[in-house]
Design a protein around this ligand. Structure first.
Ligand code: HEM
Length: 218
């Protein structure tokens, strides 16, 4: 498939922001989360000195919350990028259309997907991927699912951006959205690992896959 340049540029920006976001997400302290945990532990132990210590470590956590601000900035950028990518899915620029991302939406697409799985699954078990010209419905479906997962991450993230209380307890709904946000990231990470593994396997198979998505490459 021939990807138009806007798709290639968006892919690079999305990959950069998402990979940085995942790294930051592992390292950051979340203001408000600490606060609640500190309150709970202080109450359960009923020890004022301990609560005082928690308070100090809280202040320390808030000092470190610049990482959380980077997380918010990257999150809003990712939300904007995914909206742009999905908007392009309703245009006719090469490689952008939503039918490319969701081949299983039509009967014909589902048939192609089935045929491809039947003919290529034995190769996958040996770590061999067929060249893109021999069918790419599986790859496209995986790309579509990745974008949907990013959309779910962005939707929950933007809700948290407006609803998260950095200095106190969270409402029940915001707490649930926070849990969902953390749960969805597991799927996103798994898909990204598989996506990068697929790229490596394609390259080992001699398919010049990177040139298909590198911005401004021929
Ligand atoms: C080091 C990181 C990455 C590399 C090397 C990489 C590589 C590639 C390559 C080579 C393609 C072209 C596949 C084809 O020929 O059909 C592609 C497409 C794609 N990649 Fe990545 N990718 C990376 C990270 C990501 C991340 C983090 C996402 C997260 C959403 C992502 C989502 C996609 C999507 C959705 C497509 C299809 C293009 C589109 O429709 O927008 N990639 N990637």
């Amino acid at each position: 498939m021939n990807y138009a340049n806007p798709i290639r540029v968006l892919h690079s920006l999305l990959a950069l922001c998402l990979l940085s976001q995942i790294a930051i997400g592992q390292l950051m302290d979340v203001p408000g989360e600490h606060h609640v945990e500190a309150e709970v532990s202080a109450l359960s132990i009923a020890n004022e000195a301990m609560a005082d210590e928690d308070h100090q470590s809280n202040a320390h956590a808030e000092e470190e919350s610049w990482m959380f601000e980077v997380h918010e900035f990257l999150g809003i950028s990712i939300a904007a990028l995914i909206m742009m990518r999905l908007a392009l899915a309703f245009t006719n620029i090469p490689g952008a259309h939503w039918r490319n991302l969701f081949p299983w939406f039509s009967k014909e697409g589902r048939n192609r997907l089935q045929d491809e799985i039947k003919s290529q699954a034995s190769g996958w078990k040996q770590g061999k991927l067929a060249a893109p010209e021999n069918g790419e419905s599986v790859a496209r479906s995986a790309h579509g699912l990745m974008l949907l997962i990013v959309l779910a991450m962005a939707a929950t993230g933007v809700t948290l951006f407006f609803g998260w209380n950095e200095h106190g307890q969270q409402t029940e709904i915001i707490h649930m959205v926070g849990e969902a946000h953390e749960f969805i990231v597991i799927f996103l990470e798994a898909f990204i690992v598989l996506h990068i593994l697929a790229v490596v396997l394609h390259m080992r198979g001699g398919h010049s896959i990177i040139n298909r998505i590198r911005p401004f490459a021929k």
